[in-house]
Design a protein around this ligand. Structure first.
Ligand SMILES: [Zn+2]
Length: 105
């Protein structure tokens, strides 16, 4: 069921120490479901663009929520936790699609 999501190395994202700070801000929990990193195994670095939270930023998401985020399965309550509205969510859809997962909407 799970699709393991690996970040490409070339992706210029935040550094390890910066990421640790981000996770600390979220108390090492998934930003959406609040599960701890320990309970989910790993928290993914998810890139979101939320104007209400100061633009482009990284948030920790558990593998389940990250998958749901990427496939537009988050509801508005969950979106509000990460500072996104439904309208914004529509716009933040990753450009890459289909190829990666074969998932059809
Ligand atoms: Zn989660």
């Amino acid at each position: 069921m799970f699709i393991l999501w690996e970040e490409p190395k070339r992706n210029k994202s935040i550094g390890k120490s910066e990421w640790e700070i981000v996770k600390k801000q979220w108390k090492n929990r998934c930003a959406v479901c609040s599960k701890t990193e320990k309970s989910v195994g790993i928290l993914h670095k998810a890139h979101i663009k939320a104007r209400s939270k100061g633009g482009s930023q990284y948030i920790p998401l558990c593998p389940t929520c990250h998958y749901r985020y990427d496939h537009h399965q988050l509801n508005s309550t969950e979106l509000s936790r990460i500072g996104l509205t439904k309208e914004q969510y529509k716009r933040v859809t990753p450009r890459k699609k289909k190829k990666e997962t074969g998932f059809l909407w």
